[in-house]
Design a protein around this ligand. Structure first.
Ligand code: GDD
Ligand code: MN
Length: 362
């Protein structure tokens, strides 16, 4: 169970596991990303009296998918399930999933919110239909398996199956099941179990359901992620869009205020260029926060303000590297445009490296 700020849900979850699985062999591993509410402590407290409860506390890491992968790889049990800790997934399904895998009826058991007989508390219908239709089609293409709920976070499989290919999983975002199905090459028998998807017990959701976006990122990650890392590709694409934003703001400013500042200390161009750079920087920050770092997004006024400032500083360093590198190249006899382009590329790598560490790192 990946956890992030789920403290009040841990104790009741252990009780429900006990009720579902009984005294026969099982263990529960909570993979916690150093939650500030003391989730890991709560789990460790239970663990003192019940060693079947284990905790992996990750420092400086964030992400549902990577937490799930680490948890699955950390068990010696032959069969492993991934499940949310917020009580939206009913543990009562576990014995039936287990029986289906034991009997060879399937290799992967999936708790589905959309299968016949499933239900959902607290999710509106129209959304559900739409998500299901788009996700279905794309998922079938990627995995070759017909699934009603490829984004489900509730599934079970043989650990060995997972471990063999774990190094090829991407660990980005929350499309972990989809990733597993697309990555494991051997043909898989998948069985879906209609899930009564409950409302969250305590706390709040950490994810947005940008399902289609997750798919596209997942596709890219599988096909090109090894050549140009997925996050950097996103960062660079948003950066390129930022250049367009910059030009648009600058040209609008020049049209509106042309000549207005000429008798002052600074020219209209200089003012416009500054404003355009700030707008473009903010545009980049907002989009990177929402998309590139969707799985470790900054939220709330203060973290966002701090992040924006740090991002600004980071970009200044990137700008220095950019201009410095380009200047050196021009002096070495390069043409202006190739030199400028190289400067931009080098600057963007700096921006990416620094911001991944100082803005979205922990
Ligand atoms: N370790 C770790 N790190 N755990 C996390 C993180 C993280 O960054 N983000 C979320 N979790 C944990 C939560 O604490 C919870 O136990 C579980 O992952 C699911 O997170 P929620 O925030 O409750 O997700 P949701 O209910 O909005 O999303 C559900 O539906 C998605 C598809 O729509 C989940 O079942 C997802 O797995 C699923 O993909
Ligand atoms: Mn949830």
């Amino acid at each position: 169970m990946p956890t992030f700020n789920e403290r009040p849900n841990i104790g009741p979850m252990v009780d429900r596991l006990e009720a579902a699985l009984g005294p026969t062999g099982w263990e529960a591993i909570f993979v916690d990303d150093n939650s500030s509410d003391g989730t890991a402590d709560a789990a460790r407290e239970i663990s003192l009296g019940d060693p079947r409860i284990r905790v992996i506390q990750r420092i400086g890491r964030r992400g549902l998918a990577s937490a799930a992968i680490e948890g699955m790889c950390a068990t010696a049990a032959p069969i492993v399930a991934v499940m949310d800790a917020d009580h939206q997934h009913d543990p009562a399904l576990l014995p039936r999933m287990l029986a289906a895998i034991h009997s060879g009826e399937c290799d992967v058991a999936v708790g589905s919110r959309f299968a016949e007989g499933a239900s959902m508390e607290g999710w509106n219908r129209p959304d559900r239909e739409k998500v299901s239709a788009v996700a279905n089609q794309l998922a079938r293409k990627v995995t070759g398996v017909d699934l009603t709920d490829p984004m489900s976070g509730y599934f079970m499989l043989r650990t060995e199956l997972l471990r063999r290919d774990a190094h090829r999983l991407s660990g980005i975002g929350f499309k972990i099941l989809l990733d597993i199905l697309a990555t494991i090459d051997t043909p898989l028998k998948v069985k879906e179990f209609p899930l009564k998807f409950a409302a969250r017990a305590e706390g709040e959701s950490k994810l947005d359901r940008t399902v289609v976006f997750e798919f596209l990122v997942g596709l890219y990650d599988k096909w090109l992620g090894r050549i140009i890392p997925t996050r950097y590709a996103l960062f660079g694409t948003i950066g390129a869009a930022g250049v367009i934003v910059h030009m648009a703001v600058l040209s609008a400013f020049l049209t509106l205020f042309g000549g207005r500042f000429e008798d002052h200390l600074v020219s209209t161009f200089e003012v416009g260029q500054t404003i355009a750079a700030l707008v473009a920087m903010t545009f980049n920050f907002v989009l990177n926060n929402a998309l590139t770092y969707a799985d470790q997004r900054l939220r709330g006024a203060w973290p966002l303000a701090k992040g924006w400032l740090k991002f600004g500083l980071t970009c200044s360093v990137g700008l220095l590297t950019n201009v410095g590198a380009a200047a050196v190249l021009v002096r070495m006899g390069f043409h202006t445009y190739p030199a400028a382009l190289t400067g931009i590329l080098i600057g963007s790598v700096w921006n990416y490296a620094l911001s991944s560490r100082f803005v979205w790192g922990r």
